[in-house]
Design a protein around this ligand. Sequence first.
Ligand code: FES
Ligand SMILES: [Fe+2]
Length: 368
Amino acid sequence: MQAGRADAAAQSGQVQVGQYTNEAIAGQELRLLRQHPQPVAGSSSLASPGAWLSLTHFGIPLLLVRQEDGQVQAFLNVCRHRGARVVPEGSGSQARAFVCPYHAWTYRPDGALRCVPASFGFPCLKQEESGLRKLATVERAGTVWVVLDPALSASDPGAHLGALMDNLESLAGLRAPVAYAPRSYEVDANWKLLIDGAFEAYHFKVAHRKTIAHMFVDNMQVVDEFDLHRRLYLIKAKFSEDKPEVSGFDPRRYGNLTYFFFPNTTVLVQPDHAQLGSLEPLGPTRTRVHELTLIPEAPTSDKAKAHWEANVALYRRTLQEDYALAESIQAGLASGANAALTFGTFEYSAPRFHSQLQQQLAALRPAS
Ligand code: FES
Ligand SMILES: [Fe+2]
């Protein structure tokens, strides 16, 4: 800021257009994303032991159940007999047994197979090995994170989220926040175009001039890396006005923190709440965005409700500006105007993400 301009010593870079349009790459990326913890629901939607939630995430039928020990366990919501969806989409608070609608194989809340009608017809069935398939599950920052690939059921998603998650949870109100205003919607753009936009502040002054540009220092962002994850700090204009002291410095007062969990989740930390967004590729040119607002406690008054609604509305309006631009980029990609997209030095975080992603894809274990 003293130099009056963003870091020019960083690496600029290019990303080939095919990275955003190729069907095979999109398929590989989806496999990779299923191997990384995905935020699938707010912890607060499973209040106490016995609470359950049946949903579809990344095209996979899931069943989440809060167990007697208080931990949430995710299962593949797929019958071990002939594969029917066991529990229809919905939620409840008193799980006793889950009965498959096809032939009534019955599972306990802990996933174990309890009852097989006319079991004499399955002489070889090992009932104790035929419970619902478990998925690696952890609750962090008020959110249930699941590794969707059942081959990785023994993995530790908490370790994967690493020191960046510890840091996020250390912020006031983000240890166990309440999930508010969940929503999912689709955008006509490759998911990585939406990530690119989160990794630079170069566009703020222009693309966000009607919404939030006035609140921030132009084209200035601090990036800290935590393995493949990163934390981005967007500095507010009042930082240069107040010139706050180093000791006792409150980062949330002087900027927005974006916590990026590789490869597809961001948590935007505002002074009194956070916005989680995770991206589900539906193909090379279409993305489903899953959004969750994390607030300190459920609103109990109209005033509190209005406060959160206003925050959610501004967030969505700002994102709409980003996503409309991503859609315009996607629409032009196939035109042949550019063989590659070009990123400046202060946009280095985006091409760096692409090369890290390509490394991870190259190391992807073969499909089973
Ligand atoms: S498919 Fe579930 S009981 Fe047959
Ligand atoms: Fe933006």
